[in-house]
Design a protein around this ligand. Structure first.
Ligand code: DGL
Length: 264
């Protein structure tokens, strides 16, 4: 048993969809969330910048004595997971592996689409992981950079969003994929719009699979928390009010307190 908190890192507010899953699957756990809102978005940044930012911000979580970390940001996971793992002794997981595993579990024709930020797609991290697990898989990737600002604007069911989703995804539909990985924290919020364009294509949201993996790891290492009232603390590097406002959309409930800190 271990009552130290689980750390969740994201470039901003999107990782709250992972927090929602932690609360659902691991209700007794304390959570320390850090959103690097001062440097958002990570999607268009270079790998060097992302590596530096993640390294510095993970240090903040380590100082809070977390027992494990989830890199909830797909772009951060894509570029930094291995390096961050090598440098730190606690369990650290990202969202790419669990998402790829779930896609391979459900696909019938092994034609899998991946959408994400420019960074995530440029890194090729999903394609590499899918091919490593299933060399016969065909992977079709596409960056959808406008989805993040649309979600951050709260424009989930607007005509403009519908048009943008169609513009990005109709060519993917033509590729005959039966599974599409939503490779960005924000895309699950557009699930209905995406489903409307993609028809019966199975949509993979990595959050559930990622937290299930964390649960297995904590169980295996006897690191689960004892029963009790869990504490959830939220830290950001800038604009806490905006984080709290948007956070409601991702978390589905009010966030009472958000603290601004200088992590790096
Ligand atoms: N959290 C990022 C991701 O999942 C999306 C937002 C950003 O670009 O920072 O890739």
């Amino acid at each position: 048993m271990d009552n130290r908190p689980i750390g969740v890192f994201d470039s901003g507010v999107g990782g709250l969809s992972v927090v929602k899953e932690v609360v659902r699957q691991l209700p007794q756990e304390d959570i320390i969330y850090f959103g690097d809102t001062a440097h958002l978005p990570y999607g268009p940044k270079t790998s060097q910048t992302i590596k530096r930012l993640v390294r510095d911000n993970v240090r903040f979580l380590l100082k809070k004595k977390v027992k494990a970390i989830i890199l909830a940001c797909h772009t951060a996971s894509a570029f930094t997971l291995e390096e961050i793992r090598e440098d730190n002794p606690i369990p650290i997981i990202g969202v790419i592996g669990p998402g790829a595993e779930e896609a391979l579990r459900v696909t019938k024709n092994r034609r899998i689409g991946v959408i994400g930020t420019y960074g995530t797609i440029r890194s090729g991290a999903y394609a590499k992981e899918l091919k490593r697990l299933e060399p016969e898989a065909s992977v079709i990737e596409k960056p959808c950079p406008l989805f993040v600002p649309l979600v951050e604007e709260g424009w989930i069911e607007r005509e403009v969003t519908h048009l943008v989703v169609r513009e990005y995804l109709e060519p993917l539909k033509e590729e005959g994929i039966d599974t599409l990985i939503l490779g960005c924290t924000h895309y699950p919020l557009l699930k209905e719009e995406i489903a409307r364009v993609m028809g019966g294509t199975y949509l993979v949201d990595s959050a559930r699979a990622t937290v299930a993996q964390m649960k297995r790891i904590l169980e295996g290492k006897d690191l689960l928390a004892r029963e009790g009232v869990p504490r959830h603390s939220f830290f950001v590097s800038d604009a806490p009010e905006k984080f709290a406002r948007l956070g409601r959309i991702f978390l589905g409930k009010e966030i009472e307190k958000v603290e601004k800190v200088n992590a790096c």
